[in-house]
Design a protein around this ligand. Structure first.
Ligand SMILES: Cc1cc2nc3c(=O)[nH]c(=O)nc-3n(C[C@H](O)[C@H](O)[C@H](O)COP(=O)(O)OP(=O)(O)OC[C@H]3O[C@@H](n4cnc5c(N)ncnc54)[C@H](O)[C@@H]3O)c2cc1C
Length: 362
């Protein structure tokens, strides 16, 4: 057996009009996500998913991506490429990575999954159990995945592009992607549970869950996003789309934690039993027939929670865009929580599809 690889690297030389300016913008951006040092024409970025070194020489920005496994390396290459292409859009830069993780290969963070079983948890929440091979990497490094829904029975999946971004099948063969939470993972058994909200309207995610039958295939990339926050006092709030994430976090909290939990659902029939070793102050909020994303209920109730001035506290919020904006503004401006003390995310947005829900606002 070969020794497991502990460090993978890839490099790319990118020609730019102002490489130093782009280096600085990249470093400023990644400072929000990890540790960053800039020293003259050199930069160093260290994040939880991998590291990068950058150097501006003449008209060239030299990139070096480092990962502890294939997935980490692919995430570093992808995230450098996406941000560089954004910050230097006017240059139309050409990025071609050399080294580990070759173009045309399957994405190391992709798995093809098959529906094993389907069951209703409540009238509007359906659990789909997916099976697949080699899932250990999905048990660490984030609770979320992107599910890829093929438009027909002959799915085509993305592969690694030369610039580190996925190369997608063209036209109608391109699957639709939506973000979901890994509610439960058993890597040894090759199983993942996803809890889908069965919301109204034609849509790839909701329709997949509505019509899912054993044997149906779906793509999965990830993992991404955060894990359970470590704090002695937590406020966890969201609507039904965030219920799988809140339920998983509650299961992972230690007995020493105290959690205030506020969850908005349609009505009593949508409540679910939640297990936790932490001390809970749990309230379900009922919309009572009002359409999801139209009430200020969650935002009003969350704003009434008194956030204690303790050294170890964290507020986590996932909900429709309007509530997300209102709660995030309250957390930042009125509660003056630091970035390390809160995370608020728009899980969806009324009238917008998939990633458009977040757009520039997130
Ligand atoms: C990090 C993260 C984790 C998530 N985890 C989960 C999860 O575990 N389970 C889950 O069900 N969702 C989850 N979501 C939300 C999910 O990604 C969105 O609801 C997504 O829009 C669903 O895709 P779709 O194909 O069903 O609908 P889309 O094609 O995206 O949207 C079609 C229409 O339906 C509306 N719509 C979308 N979602 C809802 C909804 N919940 N209620 C009412 N109308 C809606 C849209 O506004 C749009 O008008 C998560 C989102 C994020 C960002």
């Amino acid at each position: 057996m070969p020794e497991p690889t502990t460090a993978l690297t890839a490099t790319a030389d990118v020609i730019l009009a102002e490489p130093l300016g782009v280096l600085r913008r990249l470093c400023a951006h990644f400072a929000e996500h990890g540790r960053v040092r800039v020293d003259g024409a050199c930069g160093r970025i260290e994040t939880t998913f991998g590291n990068a070194s950058l150097e501006a020489c003449g008209q060239c920005l030299k990139l070096r991506a480092e990962g502890h496994d294939e997935t980490s390396l692919a995430f570093v290459k992808l995230s450098l490429a996406e941000h560089l292409l954004h910050f230097a859009a006017g240059d139309a830069p050409r990025i071609e990575w050399q080294g580990d993780g070759q173009a045309g290969a399957p994405l190391p963070y992709f798995r093809e999954m098959t529906v094993a079983s389907v069951r209703d948890l409540t009238p509007r929440m359906r659990r789909v159990t997916l099976t697949g091979a080699d899932l250990a990497r999905f048990a660490v490094g984030g609770h979320h995945v992107r599910l890829l829904f093929p438009k027909d029975d002959t799915p085509a999946w993305p592969v690694m592009g030369p610039d580190g971004r996925p190369q997608w099948p063209r036209g109608a063969a391109r699957p639709d992607a939506r973000v979901y939470t890994i509610r439960r993972i058993d890597a040894a058994a090759g199983e993942i549970d996803i809890d889908f909200v069965l919301h109204e309207g034609a849509c790839p995610g909701g329709d997949f869950a509505r019509w899912a039958t054993p044997g149906r295939r779906v793509g999965m990339t990830g993992p991404g996003g955060g894990e359970t926050p470590r704090a002695d006092w937590l406020l966890l709030a969201g609507d039904e789309t965030a219920l799988p994430a809140i339920a998983r976090m509650l299961e992972e909290l230690p007995p020493t934690a105290t959690a205030v939990v506020r969850i908005e659902v349609d009505g009593a029939a949508e409540e679910q039993p939640l297990a936790s070793r932490a001390s809970l102050d749990l309230r379900w909020l009922h919309r009572n027939g009002n359409a999801p994303g139209t009430s200020a209920l969650l935002s009003e109730v969350v704003r009434a929670v008194e956030i204690p001035t303790v050294p170890s506290r964290f507020v986590w919020v996932g909900c429709e865009h309007r509530g997300f904006r209102s709660i995030r503004a309250w957390l930042r401006k009125e509660c003056r929580l630091s970035r390390d003390e809160h995370l608020a995310v728009a899980y969806w947005r009324r009238g917008r599809e998939g990633d458009e829900a977040r757009g520039d606002d997130h």
